[in-house]
Design a protein around this ligand. Structure first.
Ligand code: C5P
Length: 398
């Protein structure tokens, strides 16, 4: 999958540097060659010897290394790669990148390169959440730097939260996504998926039974055809696909904000089961039982994200696809829904309990467009997703 690809791997100074050794192995297994660069701080965590032994190539450490300057120099080193990967990317290294500093070999390579750069951040949760780091991330994203992770979890420092470096297999998947060629390469597609959770108070919420399986399969299938996928997911039970940009959200309002932030896009697929209503004024304190009787929840209508995007006067994605889960009169209801929502296609399905579709692994859908309705035979959700992705590819590349 990565045969013949040349990766310049910059290993920053963090405890996660040990995972970079495994990353080298995994990349080589996939046929890539790795030119390693170790920062001074990185050397405190892994030795140059183990890095170069695993990479089967000399490790670059010095900006003013006369031999390598004479042989090819840092400019060429930064440009001879197909992809520059920074793993772990420390808060310090990202701050340097955001500022354009070039005071050591790693930062100079990153400033000199004209090759795509993928960073795998790793740091303490407070450092990750610090406004300065978050500012730098925004700057780097604006500069076109790609990110993988960080993940949430326990850390070497004993704290818990976002900041753990993505696992080597996830980094390999993100690297593979960079090289993916397919009919959708160069296309950006937003996919919503999963249920939403609408808060009642800090501990309670209203939810629905969506597993996120179909939306996840669609995102994966689009990514496999080469699309850059922004995957905006409510709290689903299935894991998000690898190699896509995951934006986790909880409520419909958060999902809407995430969709707006993800546009413009070439296409958008709305597979999420968005709650129609939210509690009008969710309590910021846990509701208590009281002698005065039961609490009354007042509802407010959630924004219809699909409808809003379909009617955008400017910047509407070229193709907008909605889903319609119905329990009766599927065709009539879904056809009317397509017109009401203003989307181009509706993928309709019958979710009445007898079908076993909701929460199951199969789906039987009808694709409704302005050309009419087309029944697809019952098949796995993955196969529905692949068929839909191929359709999207032909619609976008016509
Ligand atoms: O109206 P209904 O929920 O049946 O419509 C389903 C379609 O509309 C799905 O594509 C769903 O993702 C989308 N939708 C939305 N925002 C809502 C409700 C539904 O994007 N508030």
């Amino acid at each position: 999958m990565l045969a013949g690809k040349h990766i310049l791997l910059i290993i920053g100074g963090g405890i996660a540097a040990y995972k970079a050794l495994e990353l080298i192995r995994r990349l080589q297994e996939k046929g890539a060659s790795v030119a390693p660069v170790l920062t001074r701080a990185g050397e405190e965590f892994v030795t140059p010897l183990s890095v170069s032994a695993l990479a089967g190539a000399p490790v670059h450490r010095d900006l003013f290394d006369l031999t390598s300057e004479a042989e090819m120099g840092h400019i060429q080193l930064s440009r001879s790669a197909d992809l520059v990967v920074v793993a772990p990317a420390t808060a310090d290294l990202m701050a340097k990148m955001a500022q354009g500093l070039a005071n050591d070999l790693a930062s100079t390579l990153l400033l000199a390169t004209d090759t795509p750069v993928l960073v795998a951040p790793a740091m303490n949760v407070r450092m990750w959440k610090h406004p300065a780091t978050q500012r730098n991330i925004e700057v780097l994203k604006g500069d076109g730097i790609y990110f993988v992770g960080p993940n949430e979890g326990g850390m070497a420092c004993g704290e818990f939260g976002p900041g753990r470096m993505a696992e080597p297999e996830e980094i390999v998947a993100a690297i593979a996504a960079q090289f993916r060629q397919g009919p959708l390469s160069g296309k950006r597609i937003v996919v919503t998926s999963g249920p939403t959770h609408e808060p009642i108070d800090p501990v309670r919420y209203i939810a629905n039974r969506s597993s996120g399986a179909q939306g996840t399969a669609v995102a994966r299938a689009l990514s496999e055809l080469g699309a850059e996928v922004v995957f905006i997911t409510g709290p689903a039970t299935v894991r998000p696909p690898k190699g896509v940009d995951v934006v986790p959200v909880e409520s419909a309002l958060e999902m809407q904000a995430a969709v707006e932030a993800a546009l413009p896009a070439d296409a958008a697929v709305f597979a999420a089961a968005v709650a129609d209503w939210r509690v009008a004024s969710a309590s910021d304190r846990k509701l208590k039982k009281s002698k005065d009787g039961l609490p009354t929840l007042e509802f407010a209508e959630n924004p219809d994200i699909l409808k809003t995007v379909s009617h955008m006067p400017q910047g509407r994605p070229g193709l907008v696809v909605g889903f319609a889960a119905e329990t009766n009169d599927v065709l009539d209801n879904a056809t009317a829904k397509r017109l009401r929502k203003g989307c181009d296609w509706i993928v309709a399905n019958d979710v009445s309990p007898a079908t076993g579709i909701m929460g199951g692994s199969e789906n039987a859908v009808t694709l409704i467009s302005e050309d009419g309705a087309e029944d697809w035979p019952r098949m796995g959700k993955d196969e529905v997703a692949r068929k839909l992705a191929r359709r999207i590819a032909s619609a976008l590349t016509d």
